[in-house]
Design a protein around this ligand. Sequence first.
Ligand SMILES: Cc1ncc(C[n+]2csc(CCOP(=O)(O)OP(=O)(O)O)c2C)c(N)n1
Ligand SMILES: [Mg+2]
Length: 556
Amino acid sequence: MRTVRQATIDLLRQHGLDTWFGNPGSSELTLLDDFPGDFRYLLGLQEMVPVGMADGFSQVTGRPALVLVHTAPGLGNAMGALYNAYLNKTPLIVIAGNQRRVMQNQKTLLTNEDAVMVPRPFVKWSAEPATASEVPAVLARAIHVAMSPPNGPVFVSLPMDDMAYELNDAQVAEIEVLRDREVTHAGGFRKDIAKEIAGRLSAAKSPVFVVHGDVEHAGARDPVVKLAERCKAAVWTAPLPGLSGFPENHPLYQGLLPPGAGWISESLKGHDLVLALGGPVFRYYPYIPGPYLPEDTSLIHITSDPDEAARAPVGDAYVSDIRAAVEALLGEITESTRTFPPARPDTPRPERAEVPMQAADLWAAVGHAAPADALFVSEAGSNEVPITEHVRPGPGLSHMSAVGGGLGFGLPAALGAQLGAPDRPVIALMGDGAMHYAITSLWTASRYKIPLTIVVSSNEEYGVLKQFRDIEHATGVPGLDLPGLNIEATAASYGVDAHEATDTDQLAEMLRAGVDDREGPTLVNVRTKKVKKASPPMTSLPSQRLGEEQPVPSRS
Ligand SMILES: Cc1ncc(C[n+]2csc(CCOP(=O)(O)OP(=O)(O)O)c2C)c(N)n1
Ligand SMILES: [Mg+2]
């Protein structure tokens, strides 16, 4: 006799979902009963942590990941992280238990009355099986939906009495068939369209590429590099990209576009054709007046997401697998005779600085001391601009952040990334504010001896919000200062090897030691200067490179 629980485990094993990220309640215990010895379970102390860990793990492994959270309140806690996963297009299979079917009518404890509704709109699909025997079929469907472009999280609610249900032979046979079937996305790219786009790229005087994180999810990074080299095109990363999509140390790479329409059209001046690959056009943030594109510039948009294509304010869009599209373009385009665009300035050798130091000095020291194969996860508010200027990784999957911008992603995602890429040093680049949203991740890091290194820029404020306060011309805003956080002591209390660096030499030494220590997590806290009033947030306009002061653009 086979139970629904056994058939469920069997199905998840077949799909490689043997690492679970979770926080349990009693509604999940019937699923966790007799947990298989060939699976592993990583506990997070609040639901945000397992969701973020699964997100980082999935992005690095290129596989779906399983999250098990508690019914209604647990799912509620998970929502911020689920929002990030949805925008990151991460295929998470999120499961929560629910009260026994026979007790739900009385709204007893554990009842999630409208479980399917709760995680919307941040899941692609959400279901509770109509009957116990359908659990494996619903889970199989959920996995295939999560892995269909655009990928994204799905949710399945499992009433706890379903697990012990005994399947009959016919049901077992049907479940075995659906356990073993596969869904393959086999779309190509039409040759006539490839020819047309290649024609426009060849005819352009100065094409520019804007890449998004999906380029890496789609395995298209290398072909995109080849295409950019063949076109001699400058390459920018789109605002809020998730992954950077291009080697950040490549001579064609220009940096991260700032997230305002006026800023973007300013940055792209001089280019007559933009090829936007693998993301929205664009993920704008503050209202920065200006045209979407420079005058006489046109845009071609290739995305796997029909909604991104539909909602873009400019450009001709093509909905396709990114890699198939770029490979088709490579088949139609020859080496350009254009001259190469100027490379962005090299980062200067870091100067020795003492605390409180400028954020730029901190990240210059980190960029210099970190090994070439490091995988960086950043969640650092005002520090993001100096990070992209000074930390320039080359290999694929080297710089991850949350497309959604929901804080609480950085630490858990870095843990998940380290689990997914055990042979690479993972370095989390954190703001002191950002790191506190999912601070209990530090316990998970110590508990499972995850050898992550964390560098914190402690400016004792929500610095970037002060920058945006100035853009919004708001005054008298309360609650933007964070005095009295003792990050070193907090991390040490969770069992992390925690240090305070007092100058850049010490920081570099501690960072290297942290990276070399493969036995557990290391944290290096560094006191940094507060952001300057009216400094430009989240921008890396060519004219604002390497710390030059600029006025805040005014609202018109
Ligand atoms: C869940 C969530 N809550 C609030 C915010 C708003 N927010 C964006 S950046 C930021 C401050 C980040 O501060 P910190 O990490 O210290 O970096 P700093 O700007 O000081 O360099 C806040 C609160 C958010 N993005 N997500
Ligand atoms: Mg701060």
